[in-house]
Design a protein around this ligand. Structure first.
Ligand SMILES: N[C@@H](CCC(=O)N[C@@H](CS)C(=O)NCC(=O)O)C(=O)O
Length: 266
């Protein structure tokens, strides 16, 4: 079992965002690759994340899911990398605003498109639903990104965690739009991101071109054995905390919180 953070990922998905960010962070990490549908349905993986989704970050028995949480965790680990902002600043609020938009409105507006067969069995109607979604809500999201989210090449003034997330998800639009023609500002952003050294390395790892460890990437752990070990370690950590995964440490009230309660009761 490793104390090094391990990111569970799948090629072509939103887990590219934390992968890019981990490379920017320049601290050791490992990867665990999900290859297929079977891996997503693996019972041990579902114990770690009952939603059966990537990204999932294993932090020595603690499990973190949700891009927003994982990306801020990575960014806040080392401010000197400049990939997020300091909590409590107006810039940090704007970072969370960008992440919130990408994770909800933007990211999820693709899902009826990728899973259209679950909405109707008739392929003709599936085509109509798809066309309506692309030319309605999805186009509106791309217009919003072009007109309001991007400032110059990036969301802020250099590539940061929200840019990594937008890069990972906005690439899916290639299936539905001619991005260069329809949304030149987004194409400019994608091109600028694609020339970043960490993005290049992340894409090489995802595609399997870069298999061996390099820089702060220490290599892959094997899915079936690691996911089992991770479940066992998670159980130990949950037992030690005495609470569930969503509330680690909740029982240990902070001194300030206790004194506030005392004042209220007095
Ligand atoms: N709310 C989650 C959504 C994660 C998500 O939708 N992940 C997709 C990939 S982009 C997934 O793992 N889907 C399951 C599958 O592909 O079987 C987050 O923001 O991290």
């Amino acid at each position: 079992m490793t104390n090094t953070p391990v990111l569970f990922y799948h090629e072509g998905t939103c887990s590219l965002a934390p992968l890019i960010s981990l490379i920017w962070l320049d601290r050791p990490f490992r990867l665990c690759r999900l290859e297929n549908e079977e891996d997503f349905k693996n019972s041990d993986f579902l114990t770690l994340n009952p939603l059966g989704e990537v990204p999932l970050m294993y932090l020595d028995g603690t499990i973190l899911t949700e891009n927003v949480a994982i990306l801020q965790h990575i960014g806040l680990t080392d401010f000197s990398r400049g990939i997020t902002f300091k909590p409590g600043t107006p810039e940090f609020d704007q970072m969370n605003r960008a992440l919130g938009f990408i994770t909800s409105d933007f990211h999820k507006s693709f899902f009826p498109l990728f899973g259209v067969q679950s909405l109707h069995h008739d392929t003709k109607i599936q085509g109509e639903i798809k066309a309506n979604m692309v030319h309605g809500p999805l186009r509106a999201m791309y217009e919003y990104v072009s007109d309001h989210l991007l400032h110059g090449d990036f969301i802020f003034d250099h590539p940061m965690i929200a840019d990594a997330y937008l890069f990972a998800t906005s690439r899916w639009g290639e299936h539905f739009f001619n991005i260069a023609k329809d949304f030149p500002k987004i194409k400019r952003f994608q091109t600028a991101m694609a020339s970043d050294w960490a993005v290049k390395l992340a894409l090489a790892i995802e595609s399997g071109k870069q298999k061996d460890s390099i820089q702060n990437f220490l290599g892959h752990v094997e899915f079936i054995s690691f996911v089992k070990e991770a479940v066992a370690r998670k159980k130990e950590v949950d037992q030690a905390n005495g609470v569930g995964a969503f509330a680690p440490g909740l029982k240990q009230e902070s001194p300030e919180k206790e004194s506030l309660l005392d004042e209220k009761q007095a």
